[in-house]
Design a protein around this ligand. Structure first.
Ligand code: FMN
Length: 291
C-alpha cells in the first residue's frame, strides 16, 4: 500500500509505531523508521513528568501491564531531536502532555517551531493517578482547545476506550482535533500468586493482544454512529492481519506498540511485510468477495 494520508503526512504504509518506552530514544525512532514504519509517535513529552513513581512493566500471558507515565527527558532535549527529524523530513508525530491545558498549548507552540508536522495529545494515560477519576469530555475539550489555540498543526487526541467514548470524541472534535487515536492502555490488574497483592501495587495500563477485540469494537461503533474523522487504531497489533483488521473496521492507520517489546525491529519488519501482503491480497479480491 502506498501514500497513506494521516495528520497531514503521507506515509509509505499504514503501520505506525505507537508511543512508549521504545520511542523514548532518538536512535530507536530512526531505526524503526529505517525498518519500515510508516511513522513513529514519540514517547509522551511532558514539561514536568512525575519522578517519584515506581515505573515498571510486567509481562502477562495475554499482554502487558505498565505503570510508566511520560518521558523523563527534558523538553529542550526533545526540541533538539524534533528539529533534526524535521530537517530530514522524517514522519515523526510528537506526543505531548502537560500539567494544565495552558502549559500543553505552550509546549505545542514550541514543538511547532521545530518544524515537527503532527501532534498526538497523550492526555489519557491512566498511570499518573491510578484509581483516579475516569477521563471526561470537559477535560478532553479543555486540553484540545488550549492546544488548538496555540498551534495550527494537525493533531490527534489519544483516548482510551470505555464509558463515554463518543462524548470524549465529540469533545476532541469540538476542541479542534483532526483525528483521534483509539486506544490508550485500559485499566488492568494482576494478582501476585505469592503475596495475594496487586502486581505493580495497583491498577495500571493494560495492553497487547487481549485488548484488540475491544478496540476493534469501539472503532466499529464510532463509524457506525457516524463519526467520520480519521482514526488511528491502536491496541494489540502483532501481525499484518491485525493491521488489516483495524482498517476493515474503519481505522485509517494502525499503531503497534507492545508487540515490539519482543525483537523490536524483526517484529516491525514482519508486521510491515505481512501488512503489504494482506492488503495486496484484499485489493486483488473482486468487489464484495471478502464478505
Ligand atoms: C510500556 C508502555 C509505555 C507506554 N507509554 C505511552 C506513552 O508515553 N504515551 C502514550 O500515549 N501511550 C503510551 N503507551 C500506550 C501505547 O502507545 C498503546 O496505546 C497501548 O499500549 C495499546 O497498544 P498495544 O496493545 O499495541 O501496545 C505505552 C504502553 C506501554 C505498554
Amino acid at each position: 500500500m502506498s501514500g497513506v494520508r494521516i495528520l497531514g503526512l503521507t506515509l509509505k504504509n499504514a503501520v505506525v509505531v505507537g508511543s512508549g518506552l521504545l520511542t523514548d530514544q532518538e536512535r530507536n525512532i530512526r531505526k524503526l523508521l529505517a525498518t519500515g514504519a510508516g511513522a513513529v509517535v514519540t514517547k509522551t513529552i511532558h514539561p514536568n513528568p512525575p519522578r517519584d513513581l515506581d515505573e515498571r512493566i510486567l509481562r502477562l500471558p495475554s499482554g502487558m501491564l505498565n505503570s510508566t507515565t511520560y518521558s523523563k527527558r527534558s523538553v529542550e532535549h526533545w526540541l533538539a531531536v524534533l528539529t533534526s527529524f524535521a530537517e530530514e523530513q522524517l514522519p515523526v508525530i510528537a506526543s505531548l502532555h502537560a500539567d494544565s491545558p495552558s502549559e500543553l498549548g505552550e509546549l505545542a507552540a514550541r514543538v511547532e517551531a521545530t518544524g515537527c508536522r503532527a501532534l498526538e495529545l497523550g492526555i489519557s494515560c491512566i498511570n499518573e493517578e491510578p484509581g483516579g477519576e475516569d477521563d471526561n469530555p470537559d477535560r478532553v475539550y479543555a486540553y484540545t482547545t488550549a492546544t488548538r489555540s496555540r498551534t495550527a498543526l494537525p493533531l490527534s487526541v489519544k483516548l482510551a476506550i470505555g464509558e463515554g467514548l463518543d462524548d470524549r470524541v465529540r469533545a476532541a472534535i469540538a476542541g479542534g482535533a483532526e483525528a483521534v487515536t483509539v486506544s490508550d492502555t485500559i485499566s488492568g490488574a494482576a494478582v501476585s500468586p505469592e503475596s495475594g497483592e496487586l502486581e505493580l501495587g495497583g491498577v495500571f495500563g493494560y495492553s497487547g493482544p487481549a485488548i484488540k477485540p475491544l478496540v476493534l469494537a469501539a472503532i466499529w461503533r464510532l463509524r457506525r454512529r457516524g463519526f467520520e474523522l480519521p482514526v488511528l487504531g491502536c491496541g494489540g497489533v502483532s501481525s499484518g492481519q491485525d493491521v488489516a483488521d483495524y482498517l476493515s473496521v474503519g481505522a485509517n492507520v494502525a499503531q503497534v506498540y507492545t508487540a515490539l517489546h519482543t525483537d523490536m525491529y524483526e517484529t516491525l519488519d514482519r508486521i510491515v511485510t505481512q501488512t503489504d501482503a494482506v492488503l495486496g491480497r484484499q485489493a486483488d479480491q473482486p468487489a464484495g468477495a471478502a464478505r
